[in-house]
Design a protein around this ligand. Structure first.
Ligand code: ADP
Ligand code: ZN
Ligand code: ZN
Length: 750
């Protein structure tokens, strides 16, 4: 028998390594193996290819132990997805492996004691059943009547009964119920219910789901999605905020699960979508698996290995990395808020866009993809317009909820008329006061955290800057320090300007922290709380604030982007956007699209029930086209105008962008490298090359940055362009002089 060789992917930014394998015990593709690297190190690798070509090296080591009992960690189609990602985003398979597998599944060390370990205890869950005495309707009614003094216990009992449906002798997982644990414990003490904790039995999973009854227009939208899936792989569900996209997802998910297939529901940032998780758990109970990077590694490993063995019928709800889970019977992928920029991983490689990868994954597995948004990305919108994707619209809000009334408040005019107090125009102040009087809630949005984005001297113009990054330092009042939002550097606030030593250094501009304090000063009776990266250091802190706000323990919620996503609070009837201008005046070509999306998203939090919502947008440019489009709720107008501009200036979605960023401590050397790269690229790509350009922040952590951009028109072969780009990069940075320059390749930068 001829010698066999295995190409093994290791979690490194390197091409696969080749090892010898015994001809008789050849591991299957996609299995994990422990392989020796160097003298003493052992790494976990994935068997990628078995072949007969001996590589050109002196000593070839034999591949080590096969892990996880030889169970493949990847299917053939998942391997195809990894390959697509590595090729498209120009990284190595090893880098894809780093993102795809939890850390515990790719250990390295001197011995293999902890390799391929499966000592994970399966998770236990709490189940509820009705005491046998109460399974008789008359006795149940009696028991319920006895609870008239304990309305919450009574509600919990009724919820349990309704969840049990016709099978009163059955069991319900705790997470399908809204009632909290003390309430359930109280019912148990009365002998009404029995609580049991045990490992969920996968065979006994429920086959019926309590789905919401759809309205006529939701029903029509659902039917349309179904019809379009017949001949299209991807459908865009364009539905205004509060129209019930989630309810449509639920119906599609239920159908897919009942066919025995898996569903992947992608959300932008899982902690910000806890309300969605709760809704899904209440409907789908133990079918739901939540997966994201903030879970412990052990939990993620358990989930990965459990899914490797699953027979299908799983609902995974997760952030972008759940794309890599081994769902073998994937039938449906739902990408909620598909326009959200956090689907793109910026750092480190693979710099992948989970929405785009989801579409590819679904295609590879023969599944369908539903993209949902109230403000679709222009990429998806164009695909839908061009007929590449199906398009389904949902134009009205659920129930009696009407779209909020959007009012534009001119900041400059307010200043002139003396109608501005600190950062609030009178219009917004009056609106807040009105809400406080009526006991309704307000959300205030400001897209900068901290107290003041910079500190400056009014006399000489000095500003506090980070010594290692070319940015101003943000003032945080709570900690009384200046902080760099790029590298985390902090410094004390100087009392006098360090340059002229005459004047005090003054905080300029405003962030969320300042708004919170201003609200407290202007409305001493208001209970205000802040939601941003400084006030929320853990998932628990986040949940505490969100739950408290839902229970109306707070009147005003001040926050960054965190408050724009998915929140559904009954009490909110006012949304204030404090400063629309810093969104509009971003130099990025997507600034207008993003500003529109952010404003519509946060506006969508107001008036989601009977009481009408109002949105006040403060801006110095009330006539800016985007402001007018937001005021009119005119997504299509925005899309039409932006697409025309993108086409004229040759930007996505009419061209594909590759952003190359070069970094080095030595500015002149970096400059030479960038000039050489740009000129070599021009030799091959001509006018498609832009740069070198200095990015807005051109120094981070002591390294200088320069950018070169490549724009490939959509008609041309992007695969060919990437091949040429790889050659040019190898030729340029293969030279000894430039070896130390760091090059970051970002395909489809956001
Ligand atoms: P979207 O995801 O489009 O923003 P949601 O699905 O969150 O909208 O719906 C908005 C609100 O309306 C939610 O509180 C939801 O429970 C409610 N709702 C929407 N459709 C229905 C329905 N068919 N039955 C009951 N409630 C619904
Ligand atoms: Zn000064
Ligand atoms: Zn810094």
């Amino acid at each position: 028998m001829p010698e066999r060789y295995a190409d093994i992917v290791l979690p490194l930014a390197r091409e696969p390594f080749t090892f010898a394998v015994g001809a008789e015990a050849c591991p299957a593709l996609g299995t994990a193996v422990a392989v020796p690297l160097g003298r003493t190190k052992i790494l976990t690798g994935i068997v990628w290819r078995i072949h007969g070509q001996r590589p050109d090296v002196k000593t070839l080591k034999p591949v080590g132990e096969v892990l996880y009992g030889g169970m493949p960690l990847l299917t053939e189609r998942q391997m195809a997805l990894w390959e697509w990602i590595a090729e498209y985003y120009m990284c190595t398979l090893g880098e894809v492996m780093r993102a795809a597998l939890p850390a515990l599944m790719k250990p390295s060390g001197r011995d293999t004691a902890s390799f391929g370990e499966e000592v994970f205890r399966p998770r236990r869950e709490l189940f509820l059943s009705l005491a046998s005495a109460l399974r008789d309707p008359a006795r149940l009614a009696e028991a319920s009547a006895l609870l008239h003094r304990a309305p919450r216990q009574r509600a919990a009992l009724e919820e349990l009964v309704s969840a049990l449906g016709s099978d009163l002798a059955g069991e319900v997982p705790r997470r399908m119920l809204g009632a909290d644990r003390p309430m359930l414990a109280a019912l148990e003490r009365r002998g009404y219910v029995t609580l049991t904790e045990r490992v969920p039995d996968r065979d006994g999973r429920r086959e019926t789901f309590r789905l919401p009854v759809l309205t006529a227009s939701q029903e029509a939208a659902l039917a349309s999605v179904g019809r379009q899936f017949a001949d299209r792989e991807t459908v865009l569900l364009y539905g205004v905020t509060g129209s019930g996209k989630t309810e449509i997802y639920m119906h599609l998910i239920a159908r897919t699960l009942l066919r025995g297939e898996d569903v992947l529901l992608l959300v932008p940032e899982i902690v910000l979508t806890s309300q969605l998780v709760e809704r899904m758990e209440r409907t789908f109970g133990d079918r739901v698996t939540v997966y994201h990077s903030r879970l412990t590694d052990r939990r993620r490993t358990e989930t990965y290995l459990r899914l490797c063995r699953s027979e299908g019928g799983e609902l995974v709800l997760g952030a972008r990395s759940s794309l890599f889970l081994p769902l073998k019977k994937l039938g449906l992928v739902v990408v909620d808020e598909e326009h959200d920029p956090s689907y793109k991983q910026a750092e480190p490689a693979p710099r992948y866009h989970a929405r785009d990868c989801a579409v590819v994954a679904a295609r590879l597995l023969g599944a369908r993809t539903l993209l949902g948004s109230a403000t679709p990305s222009l990429e998806s919108w164009l695909n839908a317009r061009a007929g590449k994707y199906g398009l389904v619209r949902l134009d009205e809000r659920y129930g009696d909820a009407r779209p909020p009334e959007i009012r534009i408040s001119d900041t400059l005019r307010a200043v002139k008329r003396g109608e501005r107090h600190s950062h609030f125009n009178n219009l917004l102040l009056d609106a807040i006061a009105q809400r406080l009087e009526r006991g309704e809630q307000t959300i205030l949005y400001q897209n900068r955290r901290g107290f003041a984005p910079y500190v400056a001297c009014r006399t000489c113009g000095w500003t506090a800057r980070c010594p290692d990054c070319n940015v101003t330092l943000t003032y945080h009042k709570q900690t009384r320090r200046l902080e760099c939002h790029y590298c985390g550097h902090t410094a004390p606030v100087p009392t006098y300007c360090p340059d002229c030593r005459v004047t005090e250094a003054e905080p300029m501009g405003f962030g969320t922290e300042k708004i919170e304090l201003e609200v407290a000063r202007l409305f001493p009776q208001a209970r205000a709380v802040r939601l941003d990266r400084d006030s929320v250091t853990s998932e628990r802190a986040f949940q505490a604030i969100v739950r408290g706000f839902a229970r109306r323990e707070w009147d005003v919620l001040v926050g960054t982007q965190m408050v724009t996503k998915g929140f559904d609070f009954e009490g909110v009837t006012l949304v204030g956007i404090l400063n629309a201008d810093n969104m509009l005046n971003n130099p990025d070509f997507r600034a207008s699209e993003r500003a529109f999306q952010q404003m519509m998203q946060v506006a969508g939090r107001a008036g989601r029930r009977e009481r009408p919502g109002e949105v006040v947008i403060q801006t110095a440019e009330p006539d800016h086209p985007v402001i007018r489009q937001v005021a009119a709720g005119d997504y299509e107008g925005m899309a039409l105008q932006q697409l025309a501009e993108r086409e004229a200036f040759f930007y996505p979605p009419y061209a594909r962008l590759v952003a190359l960023t070069l970094r080095h401590r030595d500015a002149p050397l970096l400059g030479r490298a960038a000039v050489e790269l740009a000129s070599r690229l021009r030799g091959r790509f001509g006018r498609r090359v832009n740069g070198p350009v200095r990015p807005a922040v051109d120094k981070i952590r002591g390294e200088y940055l320069l950018g070169v951009q490549l724009r490939i028109e959509c008609g041309a072969s992007f695969a060919r362009a990437r091949k040429v780009l790889r050659e040019v990069l190898a030729a340029t940075f293969g030279q000894a002089e430039y070896k130390s320059v760091t090059v970051v390749v970002n395909v489809d930068p956001q």
